[in-house]
Design a protein around this ligand. Structure first.
Ligand SMILES: C[C@H](O)[C@H](O)[C@H]1CNC2=NC(N)=NC(=O)C2=N1
Length: 118
């Protein structure tokens, strides 16, 4: 049996959904295809998480960004790991219940990128 190829969705139009334990993560070609919509996001070697580092002018701007990310996480009920310092923040996304990457990770990544869009 072959995996069904899902049509690629417009991430900013989607909302995160509850993922039951045991759900299959996205397959590699699907992840790669979505990542082409998400400049700067990198996938881990084992294809289980995506991450991106954002740079800022100072601590104040870094913290403002993190607070905005926290708001997206709250609204979507999907919560990235955030590692930050004075002028940078690294965001990492994975879906625990799927032990890999799901659409939820990509939706949150797209919404985070949108915070900094002109
Ligand atoms: C029930 C609730 O949706 C789940 O526990 C969510 C909460 N936030 C989450 N955040 C992330 N990054 N991965 C998850 O698998 C996850 N699960």
């Amino acid at each position: 049996m072959t995996d069904t190829v899902e049509p690629i969705k417009i991430l900013l139009e989607e909302r995160c959904e509850y993922i039951p334990k045991g759900t299959k993560p996205l397959i590699i070609p699907t992840i790669e295809s979505y990542l082409s919509q998400l400049p700067g996001w990198e996938v881990s070697l084992d294809y289980t998480k995506i991450s991106k580092t954002f740079e800022f002018k100072n601590y104040h701007q870094t913290l403002a960004f993190i607070n905005a990310v926290a708001w997206i996480a709250h609204k979507e009920d999907h919560h990235p790991d955030i590692c930050f310092g004075y002028n940078r923040a690294t965001i990492t996304l994975t879906t625990h219940a799927a032990k890999g990457i799901t659409l939820n990770d990509l939706i949150v990544a797209a919404k985070i990128d949108q915070l900094l869009a002109d």
